[in-house]
Design a protein around this ligand. Sequence first.
Ligand code: ATP
Length: 215
Amino acid sequence: MAETIIPKATAKRLPVYYRYLNFLANSGTTKISSTELSDAVKVDSATIRRDFSYFGALGKRGYGYDVNDLLKFFKKILNQDRLTNVGLVGVGNLGHALLNYNFRQANNIRISAGFDINPDLAGTIQSGVPIYPMDEMIKQIKDQQIEIVILTVPIDAAQHITDDLVKAGIKGIMNFTPIRISVPSYVRVQNVDLATELQTLIYFLEHYGPTLNEP
Ligand code: ATP
């Protein structure tokens, strides 16, 4: 499929549309008007129409959208029609929680390999996922063609593990450590700092009250 360049804001909304369309399809709904979709996903219908227009005219005037057509379309765009293998480095509390989380319920993502320095964990299977020792990380990532890794290690281990992940050829890191890791420009990092997010929420509540919504 030809690459469609879409604005970041649109790209961020795609999984929201996708999740809701999946829900509709599962409940047997075959069509939806842009107003209904707008109410459900809390995005105004003009924005929805503009978002969808990046992919060509998907809706029919006076009819609305065909749920299955849209779903097929979004599956392609979001790469949901193929299984994405993800690695996880650092099988501690957070790592375990993520191993247990069912990413596949709404998306075709699965954690296929875990890595940890702890000899009690390496060589075991945790929540159905094999855990490998660190000295096998680069080889396993290459063999399993893992392109995305979730990083849940202590701060002091984050950068040197990142360097090895880059050597192994990964393309994206979901970084749960609170430090900003350095990567070459061809690797994408998504930072998820749970403590900062919680602090931000507390700050907003204290300063602006409960009704402020980020655009
Ligand atoms: P968290 O909730 O952040 O996972 P935790 O208290 O369970 O915290 P941490 O000390 O943060 O554990 O370590 C997380 C995991 O990372 C542990 O399973 C630990 O064995 C592993 N780990 C620590 N150092 C390294 C390293 N250099 N390489 C790989 N794994 C490591």
